[in-house]
Design a protein around this ligand. Structure first.
Ligand SMILES: [Mn+2]
Length: 343
């Protein structure tokens, strides 16, 4: 006690306390690192290849596909910052030390600039392609949901001839033919993925749909293409675990790998106010986190994104925090699979 008191007045320093913690073990808000969980920062091909990463975080800071509230270009930064964990991360639900079992890095952001949306999608696609080519699983932080088109198409391309299925959490189907004439909107990416053949309609499964968009004709198109969807009403009736069980089976029906796309607006606005198009009546964060563990634990995950976090509309980091933990739950479920199976 005496020694600490003296040290506090600056008269003497307790031996070794200055070097007591490594930068990695210091709280996430201390130090200069802005990577996800202070993971190694590998923004270029050479450092990424050297890292031999199994999973790489990628930022896609693009929000020019937003139809209502913008701002998700600041999502990657907010999701990275909303951790407050440091050092090792012991998953209480899964019983695994995430970063001991799984080699993870932060591959930085796609080199997006404002007001060049076509280029932005091209460089996001190239960034995800480069990450996937190393064998790492890209986990992409959006950005608005339009980024799922370049991201999932890149994963599908790199992993060919294996076939990609999709589990898509969202309040909205995002399958419009266009939005006010724009093909690159956050309301269209799923249609483009299917129409261009990156993912087959029958392996495309949506969870959490509700509200008043898209229209009847769009749902007719979805039915024609063999998409399957599970509305919030079905989740209310059957429970999220049973519905997600079906979604996994449907996404894998003919596909080898799974891409998981999480629009944070699948959560109820009370759990995710900071998003582009909030829709009342959604999942709780506890239901979503459980669903992510359930899916990633069961499928062969090829890629993932967490999108539509718009920090300027957030309160007390509720939304950024939920998105951060969506990533953590996926990492924990992947880490769990690396452990020797217990008998
Ligand atoms: Mn969406």
């Amino acid at each position: 006690m005496w020694k600490q008191a003296v040290a506090f007045r600056g008269e003497e320093r307790v031996p070794d306390e200055y070097d007591e913690f490594s930068d990695y073990d210091l709280p996430s808000y201390v130090g200069s690192s802005s990577s996800f969980h202070k993971l190694p920062w590998c923004p270029d091909d050479a450092s990424l290849a050297r890292s031999k990463a199994e999973v790489a975080i990628v930022g896609a800071p693009f929000d020019e596909g937003a139809s209502a509230r913008p701002g998700s270009r600041f999502g990657p930064r907010a999701i990275r910052a909303a951790s407050y964990l440091s050092g090792e991360a012991w998953s209480i639900p899964l019983g695994v030390n995430v970063f001991q079992a799984l080699r993870c890095v932060d591959a930085g952001d796609a080199p997006v600039v404002p007001s060049r949306p076509e280029r932005a999608h091209r460089v996001i696609r190239e960034k995800v392609r480069r990450v996937a080519r190393t064998g790492a699983i890209p986990i992409v932080l959006g950005g608005d949901h339009s980024i799922t088109f370049p991201s999932a198409s890149a994963v599908s391309e790199v992993r060919r001839p294996k076939r990609l299925g999709m589990v898509h959490f969202d309040a909205h189907a995002d399958t419009a033919p266009d939005l006010w004439g724009a093909l690159q909107s956050h309301g269209t990416p799923m249609r483009r993925l299917i129409e261009e053949g990156w993912i087959e309609g029958r392996n495309f499964v949506q969870v959490g749909l509700r509200g008043y968009w898209p229209d009847e004709a769009t749902f007719a198109w979805m039915r024609e293409k063999g998409l399957r969807w599970h509305t919030m009403v079905e989740i209310e009736d059957r429970g999220v675990a049973a519905v997600v069980d079906d979604a996994i089976r449907e996404a894998l029906d003919g596909a080898d790998l799974t891409y998981l796309s999480v629009d944070i607006d699948v959560l109820d606005p009370s759990a995710a106010p900071g998003t582009g198009t909030p829709e009342p009546g959604g999942l709780t964060s506890r239901e979503l986190l459980r669903a992510i563990r359930q899916i990633v634990g069961r499928v062969d995950l090829a890629g993932m994104d967490v999108v539509e976090v718009s920090p300027a509309y957030d309160h007390a980091e509720i939304t950024a925090r939920a998105a951060n933990r969506c990533v953590f739950e996926a990492l924990a479920a992947l880490a769990k699979k690396r452990l020797p199976q217990q008998t």
